[in-house]
Design a protein around this ligand. Structure first.
Ligand SMILES: Nc1ncnc2c1ncn2[C@@H]1O[C@H](COP(=O)(O)OP(=O)(O)O)[C@@H](O)[C@H]1O
Ligand SMILES: Cc1ncc(COP(=O)(O)O)c(N)n1
Length: 282
């Protein structure tokens, strides 16, 4: 029986406020029926208001975490998030050939605008993008990887997803959350480029959306037959977590999404849910 529970790894940074990074990843994996594991790349001092410090873990200690873990457990899928430095990006890259169902979220800047990746680490992250099975850049990360201006519409989003494939990525989910309207992302692989429309949720509590989406994709890829199925279901999960974010009421800045919205059914409905229901009823 237990053999069916997928074991999913996150290699990412820590967010003490619990809304992004490994904390978001582990909550997401747990909410989606996966057993979560983590190797920490960096400690951050941050809250919902912003990041006040980053302390990268020495690359050899990240290797030690991974060597020790992987000698015992073979993850069914792995999500990679904040890498902080070029050295860490290269160190994590050494493990990609041995890992299955790898999702790379090329984290560069937090929602608060604070940098989470050294400026000189871009080439190392580009190398990693060619080794992961799926990459999930946001608008600004795709633009930085390609050296272009950020996409301003869906056509440019599709074009940049295809340019990332041409640059070596195997599959791309280019996230459109930073476009002014809607929440349309674009999925692209060697066979197709597909827009994935999403319902835009009106909330300022968007801290950790990218982390949540990429770890949901990893958790679900271990339970679905294809990447596109995992991506679609992960986006549906994230939209629900955003819709219930306001009822968490965590912090005074950009608060977290509600990872456990489907598991805590008896909690009072949040403002976000109420507002959506009001909107939908007219
Ligand atoms: N207000 C929102 N309502 C619904 N979906 C959103 C909203 N903001 C972001 N998303 C979705 O959350 C995911 C992460 O988006 P994005 O903000 O672009 O990336 P990141 O969190 O990495 O900056 C994407 O699927 C995006 O479409
Ligand atoms: C440790 C860590 N990893 C990633 C993010 C990005 O998350 P977001 O862009 O949603 O703030 C973050 N803020 N902290």
């Amino acid at each position: 029986m237990n053999a069916a529970i997928p074991k999913v790894l996150t290699i990412a940074g820590s967010d003490p406020a619990g809304g992004a990074g490994i904390q978001a990843d582990l909550k997401t994996m747990g909410a989606l029926g996966a057993y979560g594991m983590s190797a920490v790349t960096a400690l951050t001092a941050q809250s919902t208001r912003g990041v006040t410090g980053v302390h990268a873990v020495p690359a050899d200690f990240v290797r030690l975490q991974l060597d020790t873990l992987l000698a015992d457990i073979a993850p069914d899928a792995t999500k990679i998030g904040m890498l902080a430095t070029a050295e860490l990006a290269d160190a994590v890259g050494e493990y990609l050939p041995a890992l299955r169902h790898t999702v790379l979220d090329p984290v560069m800047v937090a929602t608060s605008g604070d940098r989470l990746l050294d400026a000189d680490a871009m080439d190392a992250v580009r190398r990693l993008c060619a080794r992961a099975e799926l990459i999930t850049p946001n608008l600004l990360e795709a633009a930085a990887l390609l050296g272009r201006a950020p996409a301003a519409d869906l056509d440019e989003l599709c074009l940049q997803a295809e340019l990332l494939l041409a640059a070596g990525a195997r599959r791309v989910l280019l996230k459109g959350g930073h476009l002014d309207a809607g929440a349309t992302d674009v999925y692209a692989d060697a066979d197709c480029t597909v827009p994935l429309p999403g319902r835009r949720v009106h909330t300022r509590n968007t801290h950790g959306t990218g982390c949540t989406l990429s770890s949901a994709i990893a958790a679900l890829r271990a339970q679905r037959d294809s990447w596109i199925a995992a991506v679609r279901d992960a986006k549906t999960y994230l939209t629900g977590a955003l819709e219930h974010a306001d009822c968490l009421a965590v912090g005074g800045g950009h608060g977290p999404v509600h990872h456990y919205y489907a598991l805590w059914p008896n909690r009072p409905e949040g403002e976000g849910t109420k507002r959506r229901m009001d909107e939908e009823s007219g």
